[in-house]
Structures are given as structure tokens and as C-alpha cells.
Design a protein around this ligand. Structure first.
Ligand code: NDP
Length: 450
């Protein structure tokens, strides 16, 4: 389908020509450009200043070799990436992903989304993202350490507390951040907050571990209350994934009175008719780092199904995809609708395909898009940067309250913006426009270089 604006369509066509092999990046780009039509019509100065052309081209894209040795002395070479997409409103900020599927398209889609997400938090952070096609599965701690050190040996030349502050994402948790932080410090002789998600004893923030999952639930709860006078209490919830985002989304959903029925990983999903037991999930995934099938072995009320996508056939009131991109396609979305889903909240980045989003919206399902609903992680990363600058540490309660305020603020900003631009209730459009306007204003103010 064509974008209903000649200028935006031309920028999209030109970007497609230059990046024909980057399907995920083009998918994320098209969704944003489609929603910017009324804004570009209202602001002719954007076209006059080539603003959208500049927005879609990363300020810098860094690709590098990551050589490392395994425990037997064998040599491996992976590809490392960092995209520094947009610094109009602050230092580049965005996670690092370690997964064999990582390539330039995945990194650019994530970096592009991050521009708007970071803007929505209200904190001064630009958009960036990075990672490698390294597969951490089955690797020993020492192998992971050597990989992370080699990765940081190159990355450290491009980042800094006032330039670019990476964090975790798929495959990067506290252990990996520690190895990378240690290497940065050795090489640069600097104890700065160059990464977020740090250990509490070296400037990490309380609530950072829980932030994306908790933030997702704060957003969804507010959306349900304001848009349909509903709440999570008593609702049945399907959550995919069993990593950082999914585990803490499960915990907060239960604290808000919902029953979570599922958890998954790339090998399949578990359905627990008695409701997921948080302590067992935590023990299996966060302490012992086992596959999700182990959960079913420890809970008589749970069954394991070796089909990851089958999770969307589980009947629920609320669906929270928290694993990876494009995990809900048109068929899965239709299944959820047929089973009466009332709300969907994206914990993962771009987990719903464009067909899936259209099906939810056509059927009146409340839909919380990733760049708004999962902004809690980067929001608390921003708070970690503030604490580091002030050489201080805030209490759990203090950070949690700030997180809740950020998530409620993002919801209301996206909702009000959707009304202002005649998309009432379409939070995809509302979030895109609200995130964009702040960045666009800064880009105009800062001028065009030469
Ligand atoms: P983790 O690595 O902690 O967990 C990822 C989970 O998703 C695992 O259960 C993993 O299973 C599953 N998964 C990953 N890839 C696939 C796949 N291709 N098919 C099926 N399952 C898959 O990552 P996070 O929880 O940190 O991240 C999950 C999502 O949330 C990502 O989209 C990430 O970008 C997004 N996000 C994360 C934030 C954070 O603060 N961590 C912030 C904002 C967004 P397996 O172990 O089998 O691979």
C-alpha cells in the first residue's frame, strides 16, 4: 500500500532502493512514515529542510570484526555492529543484542525505533543500538567473557558517557554487561556510566532489571483503565518469552491480580492451567538458566508444547508478546481475536507484523505498541545515567514510582496525540507522532550541517 503523501512515499522509495536487503528496517520505517502524514502536511518546514531524509539515514553505522577463542583454543570470528542513529535530543542510547539472527537490518530497525521510544520517555536520550551475530547458547562463562571483551575492545572507541551509552537486549544481561564494563574500564581507565544495567555496587540502578516488564504492565493497566474502564485484576494473560522482559512482566501482572498462563522460549511454550508459578519460573530461568521445558517438569499443572507459535492459540484476555520481532503474524492475531483478546501489549520490539496490527485495530483490540509500552527499560536506564551523574543511588520505591510516572506519561502523551491528529485511540500513530515531534523540533533547531 502506498503512503498517502508524495514526499513521504519518495523518501520511503529512495530508502528501499538503498537498503533493499533490510526487510525489518523497512518494515519499521514504513509503519512510522505512514503515521506521519498529517504532521508533514501541518509542517511544510520539514520537507523544506530535508528532515525526513535526514531522519531515515543513521548518523553513523559501525561494523567490526570480533575475533575470540573458545575453550579449546579454536578461533572464531563474529560481526559486531553499532548504529548511532540520531543524537538530536541526547547521547545515543540503546541496547546490545547477541543472537545468531543479528544483521544490519535488525540493528537498524531496532535503532530507528529507539529514536522515538527514547524521545517518548521525556529524557534527553538519542537513538542507537548494537550487537553481534554471536550465539551465546551453550558457551561457557569464560567463552562469553572472551567474546564480550573482544567486542568491547573495538566498541570502546566509539562510545562514552556523553556520546553513546549501550545497555542489554536479547542475550545481554548483567553477566555480559559486567564483562563489557570491566573491559571498557581497563582500556580507557575511566569509571564512567558508559553502560547501563550495571551491578548495583558500580553505579547500577535499582529496578533496572525489572524495568521493561514492570513498565509494560504499568502502561497496559493505564491503557485498559482510560480506554475501556477495565483493569488487569482477574484477567487471563498469555506472555511469550522467558527472558528478562517476560519474567518481570509475569511478576507484575500477578501483582496486579492477573493470572499468567504461559511462558516460552525458542523451543516451545508451557501452559500452566493453575497459573505460572513465579518462584519456579524465576528458579528455572533466572537462577539455573535452563530451557522452559524444565518448568513443566517441576509443575504438575503445566504442560510443555514443542511449538513456539502455538502459544497464540491459548485463550486469553490480554496478550503480551515478550520474545522477539514478528512473533505474531496475521494468522496468530486472528486466532487471538477469535478467542476474545481485549488488549495486546508489546514487550518485545516489533513483535506484531503489520497484518497482525491491522487485525487488532480493525477488531477494536486495545493495542499498546512497543516503542511506547516497552520504554520502561530505557527509561530506567536514563534514570541510571542521572544517578551516575549525581554520584548517588535512589531507593527501589523511588525509582519504581518514577518508572510508573514515565509509563503513565507516555500513555497519555500517545493517547492525547492520537486524538489531536484524528487517530483517536490508535496508539501506534499517537506514539510515533509524539516521539517524532520532539526529535524533529530538535533537528530543526540544530540546523543542517553544510
Ligand atoms: P532475553 O534474551 O532475556 O530473552 C529473550 C526470550 O525470547 C528468550 O526466552 C528467548 O528464547 C526468546 N526468543 C528470542 N528469540 C527468539 C526467536 N527468534 N523465537 C522464539 N523465541 C525467541 O531478552 P529480553 O527479554 O531482554 O528481550 C526480549 C524482547 O524485548 C526483545 O525484542 C528485546 O529487544 C525487547 N526489549 C528488551 C528490553 C530490555 O530491557 N531487556 C527493553 C526493551 C525491549 P531462547 O532462550 O530459546 O532464545
Amino acid at each position: 500500500m502506498k503512503i498517502n503523501n508524495e514526499y513521504l512515499q519518495k523518501v520511503y522509495d529512495d530508502t528501499c532502493k538503498k537498503n533493499a536487503h533490510e526487510a525489518e528496517f523497512l518494515q519499521a520505517l514504513k509503519e512510522v512514515l505512514e503515521t506521519l502524514v498529517p504532521v508533514v502536511e501541518e509542517h511544510p518546514e520539514y520537507q523544506a529542510n530535508g528532515l525526513i531524509e535526514r531522519l531515515v539515514e543513521p548518523e553513523r553505522f559501525i561494523q567490526f570484526r570480533v575475533p575470540w577463542t573458545d575453550d579449546q583454543g579454536g578461533v572464531h570470528v563474529n560481526r559486531g555492529y553499532r548504529v548511532q542513529f540520531n543524537s538530536a535530543i541526547g547521547p545515543y542510547k540503546g541496547g546490545l543484542r547477541l543472537h545468531p539472527s543479528v544483521n544490519s537490518s535488525i540493528i537498524k530497525f531496532l535503532g530507528f525505533e529507539q529514536i522515538f521510544k527514547n524521545s517518548l520517555t521525556g529524557l534527553p536520550m538519542g537513538g542507537g543500538k548494537g550487537g553481534s551475530d554471536f550465539d551465546p547458547k551453550g558457551r561457557s562463562d569464560r567463552e562469553i567473557m572472551r567474546f564480550c571483551q573482544s567486542f568491547m575492545t573495538e566498541l570502546c572507541k566509539h562510545i562514552g558517557a556523553w556520546t553513546d551509552v549501550p545497555a542489554g537486549d536479547i542475550g545481554v544481561g548483567g553477566r555480559e554487561i559486567g564483562f563489557m564494563y570491566g573491559q571498557y574500564k581497563r582500556l580507557r581507565n575511566e569509571n564512567t556510566g558508559v553502560l547501563t544495567g550495571k551491578h548495583l555496587s558500580v553505579g547500577g540502578s535499582l529496578v533496572r532489571t525489572e524495568a521493561t516488564g514492570y513498565g509494560l504492565l504499568y502502561f497496559v493497566e493505564e491503557m485498559m483503565k482510560v480506554m475501556k474502564n477495565e483493569s488487569l485484576a482477574g484477567k487471563k494473560v498469555v506472555i511469550s518469552g522467558s527472558g528478562n522482559v517476560a519474567v518481570y512482566a509475569t511478576q507484575k501482572a500477578q501483582q496486579l491480580g492477573a493470572t499468567v498462563l504461559t511462558a516460552s522460549d525458542s523451543s516451545g511454550y508451557v501452559y500452566d492451567e493453575a497459573g505460572i508459578d513465579f518462584d519456579t519460573l524465576y528458579q528455572v530461568k533466572e537462577v539455573e538458566h535452563l530451557r522452559i521445558s524444565e518448568y513443566a517438569k517441576r509443575r504438575p499443572s503445566a504442560k510443555f508444547f514443542d511449538d513456539f507459535k502455538g502459544i497464540w492459540s491459548v485463550k486469553c484476555d490480554v496478550a503480551l508478546p515478550c520474545a522477539t520481532q514478528n512473533e505474531i503474524d496475521g494468522e496468530a492475531a486472528q486466532m487471538l481475536v477469535n478467542n476474545g483478546v481485549m488488549a495486546v501489549g508489546e514487550g518485545a520490539n516489533m513483535p506484531t507484523s503489520p497484518e497482525g496490527v491491522a487485525i487488532f485495530q480493525k477488531n477494536g483490540v486495545m493495542f499498546a505498541p512497543a516503542k511506547a509500552a516497552n520504554a520502561g527499560g530505557v527509561g530506567v536506564s536514563g534514570l541510571e545515567m542521572s544517578q551516575n551523574s549525581g554520584r548517588t543511588q535512589w531507593s527501589f520505591e523511588d525509582v519504581d514510582n518514577k518508572l510508573k510516572a514515565i509509563m503513565h506519561g507516555i500513555f497519555h502523551n500517545a493517547f492525547e496525540t492520537s486524538k489531536k491528529y484524528s487517530f483517536e485511540g490508535d496508539l501506534v500513530a499517537g506514539a510515533n507522532i509524539a516521539g517524532f515531534l520532539k526529535v524533529a523540533g530538535a533537528m530543526l533547531w540544530e540546523g543542517i550541517s553544510y
